[in-house]
Design a protein around this ligand. Structure first.
Ligand SMILES: *Cc1c(COP(=O)(O)O)cnc(C)c1O
Length: 808
């Protein structure tokens, strides 16, 4: 697009001009700038950043076009267009592009399933028509503008979703999308609080289809259908499973049939759950309406996979662990949940609480194979709820009890027999097994640390990608795996074939063994008093002095056990370790005591993450190699050598030796900021708003009257304080938390169990979720605010904060 055209469309002013007149792409996040001459940078204000700050930096690196709505210093050699509002200008661009587009545009809205319907429909239609659709779930005021603006007559089709949360938002989305064909996915309770009635919410969403010729919806959603009948003037493609509409639809496992133009068309699908069936039906009818050949529709359906489900592992009462999946129950989903279960505990006994399936036509053969599946997955106890399962009780060969309904199970007290089990709760929605889950899970005070196990695995694999295939990994999980929960993290690492684990104290290692961890474990601060337990639980001491070696050797001799050790050398850290000057006596001791097995020799870098100490780091590595060779020379085997920690792996991969020791990197903190974008953040610390109050100008807030209300304000009390690990240093606006993605700074002093935050600018209510750290703000940001390091923030989260683990 020509810059002059941009000026004309937006009514802006061209403040400075270069000789490059056109741009092709738009960038609004300076971190993703490509600095190409054909990129327009749009300066938007985000939660904590203002795009205008980046202009001179971007210009220096080659960006040539800027759209701004504030006064900025004008860079040389750049086109700068100033408008009233950058967001509005982007919307004007989208409207302009849309109005020039002459082909079909499909618009999608509704409470749930918008993104799925958009993605699936794109998968079905894109092979036959050149299609533009929103990336991810870009369905907001900004997202839609960015999604629609690349539209041009090169495309055959546009498919866009629109999402709103408040009255009045749909009009501008409608102007940009202006769908010719509409899909109203469904109506549910989301954002109810912002509307007076469900009718009002439906009417607001329907505004998207003001100018549409055709609208697809499910007539069995009766409230929705009633409003559409009143309001929508175009052609209605209503479908129903209950004979309420012309298009009759029926679902059975593996199949979906649609009555279309007098014909019954049947498609096969691997999807079975209710919500997905609804989404799929919308897609099929839209594709039929677009005259897509039937075999192309089927090919598209074959590509669609069931949506990922999120499984959580929670701590239960009486030492149980709970996997809670009480939303849905079908055979495929059960299989997936059982595999998730298999990945957890080798050690626990396994129990399954299962309701009837939603499929009604499950036959004898299905139940027999279900029995085999459960036996194969090691289910020892089955609690079966519902008439379908009860009738089939003979099919199950494990210890099993049967109940007519969930109430009968709850009243039976049978669940009290469950101790130290891994329990999967899997049930169809109508059985409301969440009541069972509530009885079995430990009560959480509302502050939790959620750990995404997939993200830890992702990070592990990222570091692995920097290593040679034969380099081993020792995962350092001292201090409760940097606060994340030792056993759960260890289990994941073991499953993903980490070679060694390292803990700080013998106790931590013993707890891992009791939880069934089998990997070799090194103890970094061993005490000879623990020798017996270290032998019993097969824990290997790190040895840092001759006297410690002697003590351990004597203790192990007394139990007539071979001592396996890891020798740490001091090469400049000056923490634990043998010095160069200690080597002679160490060598002598080893020579005279050939029964001691040295599993590894290692050292620790003092400043692996700091450029300015590179030279020092390299000297450390050199003297390590030299000392380690001296020691290895007198052994008739080669111990593993290792020196790199997370920071070292990214900066000195050429010195990875036999093994590396990975700690903080697993938790998504890349201390060198070199690869931060490649890592995911597994931990999210969450709490809730306990109370909201209005505070008048002039009043003070909290202890010491340190918080002052400069004007009338709204203050929220959140359920986290310094006893949970939320540092007192975060007091008085030094930190913010996020509510619905918006930042709320602390006000006054952080208390022991509570903190006050300023929510004057946020529509917050009691009970709302509060993000203390996660993607926003990050652990690293908190560390910066408290003038400390991310390690301290992570390990400070106190043990009274419940850890909840999940995997997608
Ligand atoms: C903690 C620790 C590590 C891990 O360090 P990160 O910087 O977290 O990767 C490695 N080695 C030793 C000896 C440690 O104490």
């Amino acid at each position: 697009m020509e810059i002059d055209q941009l000026v004309a469309i937006t009514g802006g002013t061209l403040l400075s001009k270069t000789t490059t007149p056109t741009f092709e792409t738009i960038c609004f996040d300076s971190r993703q700038a490509t600095f190409r001459e054909t990129e327009l940078f749009v300066a938007l204000r985000g939660q904590h950043t203002n795009g205008h700050q980046f202009i001179s930096g971007l210009a220096a690196q080659g960006t040539r076009h800027f759209l701004v709505d504030e006064e900025v210093e004008l860079p040389d050699h750049a086109n700068v267009v100033r408008v009233e509002s950058c967001l509005r200008a982007l919307q004007q661009l989208a409207i302009y592009q849309r109005s020039a587009f002459k082909q079909t545009v499909i618009g999608i809205t509704g409470s749930n399933g918008k993104t799925i319907v958009k993605e699936w429909l794109t998968a079905i239609l894109a092979p036959t028509q050149y299609t533009l659709s929103n990336p991810k779930s870009y369905n907001s005021q900004l997202g839609v503008a960015l999604s629609v603006w690349p539209l041009s007559n090169r495309f055959d089709l546009g498919i866009f979703e629109a999402g709103i949360s408040k009255p009045g938002e749909m009009d501008s989305l409608e102007l940009m999308i202006a769908p010719t064909l509409g899909i109203f996915t469904n109506i549910g309770p989301a954002h109810e609080e912002n509307f007076n009635s469900i009718g009002e919410k439906i009417r607001e969403k329907l505004k998207l289809f003001k100018r549409s010729n055709v609208l697809i919806y499910e007539a069995d959603q009766q409230e929705l259908a009633a409003v559409i009948d009143k309001v929508f003037a175009g052609h209605k493609l209503a479908w129903s499973r209950k004979g309420r509409a012309e298009i009759e639809v029926s679902h059975s496992p593996g199949q979906l049939s649609v009555q279309w133009n007098g014909q019954r068309l049947t498609f096969s699908t691997s999807i079975t759950d209710e919500a997905s069936m609804q989404n799929l039906t919308h897609c099929i009818i839209a594709a039929l309406y677009c005259q897509t050949p039937l075999h192309k529709i089927q090919e598209g359906l074959n590509k669609i996979k069931p949506v990922k489900m999120r499984l959580e592992l929670k701590r239960g009462v009486r030492g149980n662990q709970i996997i809670d999946d009480t939303y849905n129950n079908d055979l495929a989903g059960l299989g997936k949940a059982l595999s998730f279960m298999e990945q957890q505990h080798m050690f626990h006994k396994k129990a399954l609480i299962l309701s009837d399936f939603i499929q009604s036509n499950i036959g004898k053969a299905d139940l027999e194979s279900l029995n085999e599946l459960l036996m194969a997955k090691g289910i020892e106890k089955l609690f079966a709820v519902g008439p379908q399962l009860k009738e089939a009780h003979k099919a199950f060969h494990m210890e099993a009890r049967f109940y007519n309904n969930t109430e009968a199970l709850l009243e039976s007290d049978d669940l009290e027999d469950l101790k130290d089990h891994l329990i999967l709760i899997k049930g169809a929605r109508q059985f409301a097994l969440e009541r069972v889950s509530r009885v079995l899970t430990e009560k959480v005070h509302h502050t939790v640390l959620e750990i995404n196990l997939d993200a830890i695995r992702h990070n592990l694999n990222f570091y692995r990608s920097l290593l040679k295939p034969r380099t081993k990994i020792m995962a350092v999980i001292k201090a409760f795996a940097y606060g994340s929960g030792s056993s759960e993290v260890a289990r994941l690492l073991e499953y993903n074939k980490v070679d060694y684990l390292a803990v700080a104290y013998a106790d931590e290692g013993i707890a891992l063994r009791k939880d069934g961890i089998k990997s070799p474990i090194m103890v970094m601060n061993p005490n000879v008093d623990d020798a017996f337990n270290m032998i019993r639980y097969k824990l290997e001491p790190e040895i840092y002095s001759l006297s410690l070696l002697r003590e351990f050797h004597e203790a192990y001799n007394a139990f007539q056990k071979e001592l396996e050790v890891h020798l740490i050398l001091n090469t400049g850290m000056n923490r634990l370790g043998f010095n160069q000057t200690d080597l002679e006596s160490l060598k002598e001791y080893l020579r005279y005591n050939p029964g001691i097995r040295v599993n590894s020799i290692f050292s620790h870098l003092a400043a692996s993450d700091e450029d300015e100490h590179n030279h020092f780091t390299l000297t450390q590595i050199e003297s390590f190699k030299q000392m380690a060779s001296e020691l290895s020379a007198l052994l008739n085997y080669k111990p593993l050598w290792h020196i790199l920690n997370s920071g070292g792996i990214t900066r000195f991969p050429e010195h990875q030796l036999d093994m590396v020791r990975l700690g903080i990197g697993l938790h998504g903190v890349e201390v060198n900021h070199k690869y931060q974008n490649h890592l995911q953040r597994p931990a999210v610390l969450k709490t809730i708003i306990s109370q909201i109050r209005k505070v008048k100008a002039g009043e003070t807030i909290g202890y010491g009257r340190q918080g002052k209300a400069e004007k009338d304000m709204v203050v929220a009390v959140i359920a986290i304080g310094y006893a949970d690990g939320y540092l007192r240093a975060f007091s008085q606006g030094k930190a913010f938390v996020c509510i619905k993605g918006q930042p709320a700074p602390t006000i006054g002093n952080v208390c022991m169990d509570m903190t006050m935050i300023d929510v004057t600018a946020i529509e917050a209510k009691e009970g709302d979720e509060v993000i203390v750290f996660g993607n926003e703000p990050t652990v690293s940001q908190l560390a910066e605010w408290a003038h400390t390091i991310p390690y301290e923030i992570l390990t400070n989260v106190s043990s009274r904060v419940k850890r909840v683990f999940y995997s997608e």
